[in-house]
Write a protein that binds this ligand. Structure first.
Ligand code: PLP
Length: 231
């Protein structure tokens, strides 16, 4: 059985190969280790192996881990669906939120972030049409992006997507290509967005080929989630 340290090395090597294949500079893609359903000891092992950014999808599950690992310098990213009654704690305990998909949530995060350093946020976009319920549609994106850039305690960094599962590596590229076009279109209106959060264990090569700057990887680092995953 490979250890978390072994698997982390393999994922880093895969990212490096994908960067090279796409003629992108080494280190241009950040690895976010998705630790949902995995315990504190697993996170500590990844941390000891040099991983510093971790992603969580469920607030109640994340809070005890964040408390237990306070002072380690971990950068916490919230990547799951956001209910209004959870925004205060998300604003208080996370450095990034990848899954903002409506203005009301952005406004609450902004107010509740208050005097702390601005919260980095991405807008989650639906790139798979009917087959995915999460994320806003492309035609709603420009207005939401403009509104978020006006909120002083949020920094809009870019876009995130979770495409419908697709086994064919060539087909996997389509939604990622689409997300990159949306980011370019926003930047053509004067924004300076630098983040494309796209690609997971099974499609990170395709995402990097299309310009991902953060890949969110769980299974390939920590192993299977043993049916505990509510997604
Ligand atoms: C669980 C999850 C991931 C990681 O998925 P793997 O297939 O285990 O790599 C990435 N992004 C989001 C939003 C997730 O919920």
């Amino acid at each position: 059985m490979p250890t978390i340290t072994d698997r982390l090395q393999q994922v880093r090597a895969e990212i490096h190969r994908a960067e090279q294949a796409a003629q992108r500079s080494p280190g241009s893609v950040r690895l976010l280790a998705v630790s949902k359903t995995h315990g504190i000891a697993d996170i500590q092992e990844a941390l000891a192996a040099g991983q510093t950014a971790f992603g969580e999808s469920y607030l109640q599950e994340a809070l005890p881990k964040i408390t237990a690992l306070a002072g380690t310098g971990i950068e916490w990213h919230f990547i799951g669906p956001i209910q209004s009654n959870k925004t205060a704690q998300i604003a208080a305990h996370f450095d990034w939120v990848h899954s903002v998909d409506r203005l009301k949530i952005a406004q609450r995060l902004n107010e509740q972030r208050g005097a702390r350093a601005p919260l980095n946020v991405c807008i989650q976009v639906n790139t798979s049409g009917e087959s995915s319920k999460s994320g806003i549609s492309a035609h709603e994106l420009p207005a939401l992006a403009r509104a978020i850039t006006l909120l002083p305690h949020l920094t809009l960094r870019g876009l995130m997507t979770i495409p419908a599962p697709e086994p064919d590596p060539q087909q996997q590229r389509r939604p990622f290509h689409q997300l990159k076009l949306y980011l370019d279109q926003l930047n053509q209106t004067g924004m300076t967005l630098d983040t494309l959060s796209m690609g997971m264990s099974d499609d990170l090569g395709a995402a990097i080929a299309e310009g991902a700057t953060i890949v969110r990887v769980g299974t390939a680092i920590f192993g299977p989630r043993a049916g505990k995953d509510k997604h």
